[in-house]
Structures are given as structure tokens and as C-alpha cells.
Design a protein around this ligand. Sequence first.
Ligand SMILES: N[C@H](CCC[C@H](N)C(=O)O)C(=O)O
Length: 268
Amino acid sequence: MRFLKGHGTGNDFVVLPEGTPEITPEFVAALCDRRRGIGGDGVLRVARSSLSGVDWFMDYRNADGSLAEMCGNGVRVFARYLATAGLAAGTVPIETRAGVVRAVIGDETISVDMGLPKVYGDSSARVGGLELPGVAVDCGNPHLVCALPASVPLESLDLHVAPGHDEEFYPAGVNVEFFVPVGSGAAADGPHVRMRVHERGSGETLSCGTGAVAVAAVALAGAGRDAGVVTVDVPGGRLTVTFDGAECHLVGPAVIVASGELTAELSR
Ligand SMILES: N[C@H](CCC[C@H](N)C(=O)O)C(=O)O
């Protein structure tokens, strides 16, 4: 079975090209295992969409094999694969479990209209004995965004363990982001922030696209704005999230770094 490997700001994925049959959670977990498998934060299976006017469906799975509705870095890597395989160019609609998004494929970066994130309540995360207040944000998948107080350095958080969260409020689990301002936190066209993330189903990752959108929405509201450009620095690089009132676009790099063949050992 053929596979490719790609990443967007260090959020890495195993790509299974079109024609790959349905996959099981166990197979996904074996693929994502960083010692026994290929290694990845998730798997992107390229499937055909049944929607009119849409050719492709992104079958995204977290590293533990669980399903997630949307993956912002993943959909850029998915679009980059389509472009390198000669299956798409320019703007391509992609069906996801959270709806259809449009990716605009550039040489260096890819821009995706993510739909407007929805803030839907308050909750909190527990990390290393701290209870940190956060904001619930729906990006097609669930997020909890915590603005860290100045007394808690971003690097001090131990994210090897999943932050505690309100399991009644988040019955399907949650991606938890922690962010701080960069410098004054305000650039001319909008906030500049730095974040870390613990992802549902994958653990701490170097980047999370939907997480960056969720953090950007909270940072923009905190700046008293409903439109602007939010610069989000993640451990794996830099993402930009633009809001124009009606739309939200996630912009960032996406590269395919390798391709190969799985042996029978892993394809079991
Ligand atoms: N890394 C992905 C997020 C995956 C979200 C997944 N962990 C979930 O369960 O929702 C991104 O770039 O948006």
C-alpha cells in the first residue's frame, strides 16, 4: 500500500492516496506509531466525494485512530498532495466531516476558508495543579482556549498529560489550547499571539490549524475587534488567521516530504 508523509508547521500526517480502501482505527494507530510505524499526528485518507461539484473527501483520523470532524493543517497537506499528484490546481473544494472547505493552493502557502468559529461558553482546564479558565470554541471540532495569566509561562505547562476538562461539557473530548500575547500582543492589522496545544486523540502537537483559528477568534474578540489578521506562532512555525466579518481563512505552509510503500507487516 502506497503512502506519503507531509506536514503543515510540524503537524504531521500520513497521507493515503486515492484508491486506498477504508481503514480501521487499529491500522491508523499502527501507521501513526513513531517507533513501529511511519509516525504521525494523524492520517489523511484521500477519498472521492459524493457531493456534486466536489471531487475529494478528506477522511481524517487522529493518531489514536479516533475520528475528528476537521483538521486545518491536515486539509492544507491534503490540498498539497492533490496538487503534487496533478489532481488539483488553484482553488479546490474539499469535503470534510465538518462540511466543504475551499483551499487556494499557492507555491509556499495554502489558504483555507474554515467557516466562522463559534464561541459557545466558558469552561476550564486543569494542568499541573492549576485550574485555568477557558472559552469553548466550535471549529467543526471542539476546542477549549485558555488565555494564560502573565504568572504562568507558556513553556511551564506540562502537556505530556492531557489537561483535565469538564467531561459533561465536552462529551466527545476536546482540543485544549493555551496562548499568550507576543510583545504587546497587538500588531497593526490584529493580535499576535503564541500558543501550545494538547490535541484530542493525538496529544501535544507542534501545531493545530483549527486550534489556531479558535485561539485567533478569542484573541480578536479580546482586542475588541470582529475583523483583522491574527498571527499565531505555534511551536512548529507560524499560521495566519484572517477574519473579515463573514469569513475566516487559515493560511500556512504545507509540504509533502516523502512517499513509500507499506510492507505486509504494517498493512495487516
Ligand atoms: N491538528 C488538527 C486538529 C485535529 C483535531 C483533532 N485532534 C480533533 O480531535 O478534533 C488541525 O490542524 O486542525
